[in-house]
Design a binder for this molecule. Structure first.
Ligand code: ATP
Ligand code: MG
Length: 327
């Protein structure tokens, strides 16, 4: 399968009034055609900005460095704005956490999807675009699409708005869809429906998907592989099955143990103590050490290297040993 995205040693810093905040450090990963990658970790660990870097949407005060930030053979670092626009939307689509604030309240559903088509599919005439808008609304499961064309965002539920956002993101058949916490703002039933929809679209449209969530139980059913981020670093990655069933990093284990009934056992719910380090003043050594139940003195001396074995990677001196938990 073709490699779509190739990220090698991506680092993102921000110039702030208090100094330079090193938000993402040496993140490397790859996404192949049709593959689904889950990115998980607590709030502030760099999930969104990593993906914004791939879309060229970071704010002005961001400093981005990488050995490679490559999409289908195109190097994305230092692209000009025109080339970015071609990549965005046409080749990489993105949906965000809050559909309500991502749609423009002043325009109808039809108008907003049509705008995307006008920019990226200039070969289509007005009628063809209208047809395409209708078929997109059908694809994302909007009932009575004809009647929805003239709806304004405030007339749609959260779930419907997210479906419209998804329609806009897939309008140009992107090879890669980045979904950044697409269900967090929705209630649980609707969350499930949107996850099912994304899963269905991923298969029927043969898209690769990067699915960002702070919740491992959300990504477990819909991803092929997972990377766990902590304080802007990837601390563990591997196939979804392996990471979930045999987590090796104590942080991953902690995340899993803090999900209610995750292993379908009546074990006590765990909560990871402490808080993430200050990005302006990072500690030496493993960034998680202060909060880790498995730490030793050597953890705080130097940052552990990433150990790569088969398709798994791990940044930890004292990994947990789990017996495989199979259901
Ligand atoms: N413009 C900015 N200036 C300074 N720091 C920033 C800026 N944008 C993001 N950061 C910092 O970068 C870090 C990573 O942020 P990011 O939004 O990627 O986290 P996240 O993992 O997506 O969290 P969440 O789960 O809350 O969405 C945070 O500590 C954040 O404060
Ligand atoms: Mg985020």
């Amino acid at each position: 399968m073709e490699k779509l995205l190739d990220v090698k040693n991506l680092s993102i810093s921000f110039e702030t009034k208090k100094g330079i905040a090193h938000a993402v450090r040496n993140v490397s990963f790859e996404v192949y055609e049709g593959e689904t990658l889950g990115v998980v970790g607590e709030s502030g660990c760099g999930k969104s900005i990593t993906n914004l870097a791939i879309m060229g949407l970071l704010p002005e005060n961001a400093i981005v460095k990488a050995d490679r930030l490559n999409f289908k053979g195109t190097e994305l670092l230092n692209l000009n704005e025109k080339s970015w626009q071609e990549i965005r939307g046409e080749k990489i689509g993105m949906i965000f956490q809050d559909p309500m604030s991502s749609l423009n309240p002043c325009y109808t559903v039809e108008y907003q999807i049509d705008e995307v088509l006008k920019i990226h599919k200039p070969e289509l005439n007005k009628e063809q675009r209208k047809e395409k808008v209708l078929s997109l609304l059908k694809d994302v499961g909007i009932p009575a699409p004809n009647e929805r064309l003239k709806s304004y965002p405030h007339e749609l539920s959260g779930g419907m708005s997210q479906r419209v956002m998804i329609a806009m993101a897939i309008a140009c058949d992107p090879k890669l869809l980045i979904a950044d916490e697409p269900t967090t703002a929705l209630d649980v039933t609707v969350q499930g429906q949107i996850l099912d929809l994304l899963s269905k679209l991923q298969k029927t449209k043969a898209m690769a998907v990067i699915f960002v969530s702070h919740d491992l139980s959300v990504v477990r059913d819909i991803t092929d592989k997972i990377q766990v981020m902590y304080a802007g670093e990837v601390i563990e990655s591997g196939s979804t099955e392996e990471v979930i069933n045999e987590p090796r990093h104590p942080y991953t284990k902690g995340l899993l143990d803090s999900i209610p009934n995750f292993h379908k056992k009546n074990t006590e719910l765990y909560s990871i103590p402490g808080i993430v380090p200050d990005l302006l003043n990072r500690p030496n050594g493993c960034q998680f050490a202060k909060r880790c139940f498995n730490r030793s003195d050597d953890c705080e001396e130097a940052l552990p290297n990433i150990e790569q074995r088969d398709n798994r990677s791990l940044r930890c001196l004292h990994p947990v040993v789990t017996e495989g938990i199979k259901e």
